[in-house]
Design a protein around this ligand. Structure first.
Ligand SMILES: [Zn+2]
Length: 453
């Protein structure tokens, strides 16, 4: 009640609640499944319900030794996920409570009277502290990946990647922090709205340039050069979907230098939009299965999932910025003197704002993941329909692709539904394999959703 009272208007809060309710309704509402989708969804749900928790399902099963590894990874993963989130929040509270954040601010102010030097110095100290505090969990995560054969990246290369991530966060994060504090100084009460408006072009730009930054971590090559026969098959999918994905926008990523897991994705925006297939996928899957994986990715491409995700992210950001603004006001009033954070224009307030983002990010996580799972499911349906007529048996091809995908990543066949709801960006492999095997829109009177028969 107090933070409502201390703020001049509750109208933005009301709009925000309406927006969030609309989002939740949109997410939980039935998207009008076709008959074939409904039947396959029901079959997949029944299959998961009949299988033991964390045990094999009818369409996706692991050998006993592999299943034990998958179950261990799943339970450790749950612990690392929620433990990691709680640890991040706890670290920020402790850094504030023990005056470490105020100390960082004081050191930055001593360094120079120049605001750019101060901002970058504060951010450097802050990132250094949080990176070091996160390091034990990150080290353990990579150790597990190596132990279970999900990663082949040696420690020196792994550390070098961490340094690059740190440098990017400091360099690019610094620009954002300078912009944020400039807006906070100019607009004490409305900075959250103005910063959100400014973040729109920044978000578009970030997605646009991401494909040009990724060669810092992995090597990319035109797929046409490395796998011309495969490109010819992928072009069949492109032609079938009347899509505009020229071969110049198909890339091979040399994932095998660091990873053993498989993947493919669609990234970029406008002129940088492209489909990327990992070389590990090509090494482990049959050409038919790769064509299905590409069908799934082209589904993201033609169903405008990147654009929709940008719009969704902007709604989430608006909510997060406004709640962050309220949280900073409230907590500085209540704990500011104890933490040594004087105002929202204090460099130290950045830690308070990031604490708010961590708290609300954790709470918004299931909404974001539910949204993502809808896209992934739609792309699965699209992919299976896209390969109809191009492979002998689309249902078995798609199911086999999920089987390979699951086995190479030691995916839990039947994870806890609540954990899936909260943290999974994709439906579980068990569900995807069961749905794919049961999905048959080509038997009249059923009809495909995306392709005319
Ligand atoms: Zn996908």
């Amino acid at each position: 009640m107090r933070w409502m009272h201390s703020n001049p208007s509750s109208a933005p809060l009301f709009s925000l609640l309406v927006l969030l309710c609309a989002l939740v309704l949109f997410l939980t509402g039935c998207a009008g499944q076709t008959r074939a989708e409904h039947a396959a969804d029901l079959a997949a749900r029944q299959e998961l319900a009949a299988a033991p928790r964390h045990g094999n399902t009818a369409q996706y099963s692991l050998a006993p030794a592999e299943l034990a590894k998958a179950q261990h990874l799943s339970s450790v993963g749950e612990l690392l996920h929620f433990g990691g989130e709680a640890w991040d929040i706890l670290c920020l509270v402790l850094l504030l409570s023990f005056g470490a954040i105020a100390w960082m601010r004081d050191r930055s102010l001593q360094i120079s009277s120049n605001r750019w030097a101060q901002g970058y110095a504060f951010l450097f100290l802050f990132l250094l502290a949080t990176t070091l505090l996160d390091l034990p969990l990150d080290l353990y995560g990579h150790h597990l990946s190596l132990r279970y054969g999900l990663s082949v990246q040696g420690w020196p290369s792994w550390f070098w990647d961490q340094i690059k991530v740190f440098a990017l966060a400091w360099g690019i994060g610094g620009l954002l922090v300078m912009l944020l504090f400039w807006i906070i100084r100019k607009l004490e009460r409305m900075w959250w709205l103005v910063f959100w408006c400014v973040s729109i072009p920044i978000l578009f730009f970030g997605i646009f340039v991401a494909p040009y930054m990724e060669p810092m971590f992995f090597q990319y090559q035109p797929l046409e050069k490395t796998n011309p026969a495969l490109v010819a098959r992928l072009e069949q999918v492109v032609r079938k979907g009347h899509m505009n994905i020229p071969p110049q926008r198909m890339f091979l990523m040399k994932a095998s230098a660091k990873l053993s897991t498989l993947n493919a994705d669609v990234e970029g925006f406008g002129a940088s939009k492209r489909v990327v297939v990992w070389d590990t996928t090509i090494a482990h899957m049959t050409p038919d299965e790769i064509v299905f994986v590409f069908g799934h990715e082209s589904g993201h491409y033609v169903l405008h999932h990147i654009r929709n995700t940008i719009l969704f992210t902007l709604a989430i950001l608006l909510a997060t910025f406004y709640l962050g603004y309220l949280f900073v006001q409230w907590s500085i009033k209540k704990f500011g003197s104890r933490w040594g954070v004087h105002s929202q224009n204090d460099w130290a307030a950045l830690a308070v704002l990031l604490l708010a983002f961590s708290l609300f990010g954790t709470l918004l996580e299931p909404i974001e993941n539910s949204y993502s799972r809808r896209h992934e499911h739609a792309a699965d349906v699209y992919g299976e329909e896209a390969i109809h007529g191009l492979v002998a048996d689309p249902q078995t091809t798609a199911r086999n692709a999920f089987d390979v995908l699951g086995k190479t990543s030691l995916a839990d066949p039947n994870p806890n539904p609540l954990y899936v709801f909260w943290t999974y960006s994709h439906p579980s492999i068990g569900y995807r394999a069961a749905f794919a095997q049961a999905y048959n829109p080509w038997a009249p009177p059923r009809k495909p959703r995306y392709f005319k028969r």
